[in-house]
Design a binder for this molecule. Structure first.
Ligand code: ADP
Length: 490
């Protein structure tokens, strides 16, 4: 086992490239395909079927039929749970193949992909356990009546996911949706469709009935948009860019669909002078460079108390210079490529803007090589709050260091953003830690740690970082409708 973990795995053969509708692998009606690339080389891995509106309609019809008739509708909740447990077991059994495929298509390091696969297993098991514990209430209504509530599935759920954690985002969405008895039409990101197709094959093997899980590959503006406007889709669950969410919310308004959004961030990571310095340096480093900064929770605004700033930034820069950036399939690699040419160009554009506005480039700033989409871990010091690099989500390995002096000041500046996904504080003073946790406007706050996200803990955004919560019991709210039944007594 230890040897498999230290050897570079061979890229797996890619067999699944079609659409999955009603448990059948089908070609798209118009026969169109798109290329999916390996971001480490820029070369095509496979041509993948592209769903047009007719295919989206076919998938929604299959999902509707599975919802309203057939084995899924009448299945005991405990048996829905058993299917999810079985899927978790199959993912666990095939974890190495899935992790390798994820790294190939998404560019994340094989170590991170292996971590993601464990996450996928955990998420499916957690929601498998919920399936037969989603209960209504008896309600003390006035008069001679018995009132009780039923928690029923929302219906056909369209799920649109991004490219940064392709399978983990799938698990966050399938887990609660299926535990609650919904049926699913999923659109993976156009950059990273391959692992979703393989896990859909495992779902058929696990025994999910036809139509319960459908996969439509394609671009957002076409395939995704067709799913959003489809009148027979009851809910859209979306993870992606804030600007896309605005388009989706407007498009979903015509059919008044339920929507949940998990969007971006510009998360403040606050280091007080009384923090454990070794832990804070390591934590700040992990906060920004995990998965090359391609995380909605990336700690990209690094507030450092002025009296320790110089030393702190120098230590951070020393670590950044030593980071091993390269082939994601090599177990020694610590950072892979960015996912695409577009993303790399956007990141390099922000770096240029930072330099132009006079922020101090401590390290990095360049593309690495001329093949694939690699970017150096980059640190800007002495950044001002109104610079683009301090305001916009860059989604790359670029951190902006912002000096501060006082607690109230840093809380006010941390909140001076339209985002509110995550925040962190590093200090040994519990008063400061709790004050910050209470006052910062974000869905998640970490104290002396970063990027800790569990199956059990609600996750989502304040302000323009999202609507609704995923994970934990909170997600079940968004995948059930509550029905009140009132019975006249006597
Ligand atoms: P990113 O900038 O991280 O790629 P996007 O929001 O563009 O984020 O993409 C996230 C997901 O949303 C992808 O699956 C993408 O195809 C999809 N998407 C993009 N635009 C639309 C749209 N107009 N309608 C529906 N889905 C979309």
């Amino acid at each position: 086992m230890a040897q498999t973990m230290t050897k570079k795995p061979a890229p797996p053969a890619v067999k699944l490239t079609k659409l999955l509708i009603n448990n059948q692998w089908v070609d798209p009606a118009q026969g169109k395909t798109f290329d999916t690339l390996n971001p480490a080389t820029g070369q095509t891995i496979a041509k993948v079927a592209e769903a047009g509106p007719a295919d989206v309609d076919k998938a929604v019809k299959a999902a509707r039929k599975a919802l309203e008739s057939g084995p899924w509708k009448n299945m005991d909740a405990a048996d829905r749970g058993r299917l999810l447990f079985k899927l978790a077991d199959l993912v666990e059994k095939n974890a190495e193949e899935l992790a390798t495929l994820e790294s190939l298509n998404c560019g994340k390091t094989i170590t991170d992909s292996r971590g993601d696969m464990q996450g996928v297993v955990n998420w499916f098991r957690y929601y498998a356990g919920w399936a037969d514990k989603i209960e209504g209430k008896t309600v003390p209504v006035r008069g001679s009546f018995l009132s009780y509530t039923l928690r029923q599935p929302v219906g056909v759920v369209g799920q649109i996911i991004p490219w940064n954690f392709p399978l983990l985002m799938l698990a966050w969405k399938w887990g609660p949706a299926l535990a609650c008895g919904n049926t699913v039409v999923m659109k993976p990101a156009e950059q990273t469709p391959l692992t979703a197709l393989r896990v859909a094959e495992l779902a058929i093997e696990a025994g999910f009935p036809p139509g319960v899980i459908n996969i439509i590959n394609g671009y957002g503006e076409t395939t995704g948009a067709a799913l959003v406007v489809h009148p027979d889709v009851d809910k859209i669950a979306f993870t992606g860019h804030v600007d896309t969410a605005k388009i989706i919310q407007k498009a979903a308004a015509d059919t008044l669909k339920r929507t949940t959004f998990e969007l971006g961030g510009k998360s403040p990571n606050v280091i007080f002078a009384d923090a454990d310095m070794d832990q804070a340096v390591a934590g700040a480093f992990h906060a920004i460079y995990f998965h090359g900064g391609q995380c909605c929770t990336a700690g990209s605004r690094l507030f450092v108390e002025d009296k320790i700033r110089q030393d702190f930034v120098e230590r951070l820069a020393e670590k950044a210079k030593q980071r091993k950036v390269g082939d994601p399939l090599d177990p020694k690699t610590e950072q892979g490529p960015q996912v695409s040419q577009d993303q790399m160009d956007k990141i390099l554009g922000y770096i240029q803007l930072g330099e132009k506005r006079g922020a101090r480039l401590m390290t990095g700033g360049q593309r690495i090589g001329d093949k694939g989409y690699f970017v150096e871990p980059t640190i800007f010091d002495n950044v001002k709050d109104d610079m683009a690099i301090a305001k916009d989500e860059i989604f790359g390995p670029v951190v902006s260091v912002l000096p501060f002096k006082k607690v109230d000041e840093v809380i006010q500046r941390a909140n001076n953003t339209y985002y509110g996904l995550a925040a962190a504080v590093w200090t040994k003073d519990i008063d400061k830690a709790h004050l910050f946790a209470k006052e910062v406007k974000s869905g998640t706050v970490w104290v002396n740690c970063y990027h800790i996200v569990d199956t059990t803990t609600p996750f989502g955004g304040f302000k323009m970082s999202g609507q609704g919560r995923e994970n934990g019991e909170a997600a079940l709210e968004h995948y059930t409708e509550t029905k009140t039944v009132t019975v006249k007594l006597g």
